[in-house]
Design a protein around this ligand. Structure first.
Ligand SMILES: Cc1ncc(COP(=O)(O)O)c(C=O)c1O
Length: 398
């Protein structure tokens, strides 16, 4: 049975070129970058080369990049680090209700333990934040706006450049969580008016457990981890050299292939979405129809449990998910889908297909061939029968 992996938003398979790159830093360049002998210096030079390569890809200075253990740590460093450093200037943060839990839980921590005040903005039915709402939320004491670039569950892409302009005009720092966007969107921090940006390796065919925080020169951050003073004192601990080198290679290759992959995946994504919506009744798309990631197809299929569908598909070697991998331990409907205004009973039937580099048209055909039959079986055993008309009508309203 051929496996069809459609969960690339959870993580991607490490690509061959990256794997080859990494091995060298286990086998040959294995020194500690902090050691003064040649073995250490070659490791140090390697990570500085990686930093330089990444800085060119995102258009910043090498010293504005901090290597971390992934998206969660970068976000924690950006939010906690800035809030602690700026506590005398202000304590108000603006974010949205649809952020990844790395942002939401960090904000909750800051409210509970650091005396911060956080505004969690609503989004529209497509998951988009409204610039006017951000503007209206700005106060004297606002220090940071943190709004995700592209949503990990429904794929909606926020107007980052415009938010950046607004933040700059008001002298407020702007952080974006670009973990899902890095392979598909512009990540030029100057174009986007960004002060802070998070990217991780695991979504760009790189290793897990590595990421970067871009922090514009001059921004003060209080470190989360103290020790040997690596990463300009902002992130102590011996650098994960193989992962850093793999991350730099993965980002380079992802950016090289960006345009062609966006084109290719958009066609496959639309085929999948249209195939589901046209052939299965009581279905609709979650997220924005066009301002969305080219690899994300999140659909609601009413009267079934998304989890049951993912398990069924799993039996055929098709790997999908109902939402964020990090929260899939609970059976609560996704906070993102709920934030777009779907009623609780309808939010249960959402399923996320996230395509990737290895997805072929035949994979999409296979899913479309199997899905109607599986949905029919699941609906036969389902006790729910959600009145769909008003939901579908509300979704199609501009
Ligand atoms: C949008 C978004 N932010 C943050 C994270 C957390 O990243 P990591 O798992 O590298 O800590 C993820 C990945 O799950 C994500 O999709």
């Amino acid at each position: 049975m051929k496996e069809i992996y459609l969960d690339n938003a959870a993580t991607t398979k490490v690509r061959e070129g990256v794997k080859q790159e990494i091995l060298n830093y286990f086998d040959v360049v294995y020194g500690n970058p902090g050691s003064f002998h040649s073995k250490g210096l070659e490791a140090k030079d390697s990570i500085e080369d990686a930093r330089e390569k990444i800085s060119k890809l995102i258009n910043c200075k090498p010293k504005e990049i901090i290597f971390t253990s992934g998206g969660t740590e970068s976000i924690n460093l950006a939010l906690k680090g800035l809030a602690k450093a700026m506590k005398d200037q202000g304590n108000h943060i603006i974010t949205t209700k649809t952020e990844h839990h790395a942002v939401l839980s960090t904000c909750e921590y800051l409210e509970k333990y650091e005396g911060c005040e956080v505004t969690y903005l609503d989004v529209d039915q497509y998951g988009l934040v409204n610039i006017k709402d951000i503007e209206a939320a700005i106060k004297e004491n606002t220090i940071l706006i943190t709004i995700m670039y592209a949503n990990n569950e429904i794929g909606t892409i926020n107007p980052i450049k415009e938010i950046g302009e607004l933040a700059r005009k008001n002298n407020i720092y702007f952080h974006t969580d670009a973990c899902q966007a890095a392979g598909y969107c512009d990540i030029n921090v100057e174009n986007l008016n960004l002060d802070l940006m998070t990217i991780n390796g695991s979504k760009i065919y790189g290793p897990k457990g590595v990421g970067i925080l871009y922090a514009k020169q001059g921004i003060q951050l209080i470190p989360l981890i103290h020790g040997g003073g690596q990463e300009r004192n902002l992130r102590s601990g011996t650098e994960n050299v193989p992962a850093i080198m793999g991350f730099a290679k993965a980002l380079e290759l992802a950016q090289e292939e960006k345009d062609s992959e966006v084109k290719r995946l958009t066609i496959l994504r639309d085929k999948l979405v249209n195939g589901v919506l046209n052939n299965i009744q009581k279905t609709f798309l979650n997220g924005h129809p066009t301002k969305r990631l080219p690899n994300n197809a999140n659909v609601s299929i009413l009267d079934i449990e998304g989890e049951a569908l993912t398990l069924y598909l799993n039996e055929y070697g098709i790997y999908t998910s109902t939402g964020s991998a990090c929260t899939s331990q609970t059976l609560d409907p996704s906070h993102v889908v709920l934030a777009t205004g779907l009623p609780y009973e309808a939010a249960h039937g959402s399923i996320r297909f996230t395509l990737g580099k290895e997805t072929k048209e035949e994979d999409i055909n296979k899913v479309l061939e199997l899905l109607p039959g599986i949905v029919k079986i699941l609906r036969q055993i389902s006790p729910v029968n959600v009145a769909a008309e008003h939901i579908i009508e509300a979704r199609s309203k501009k």
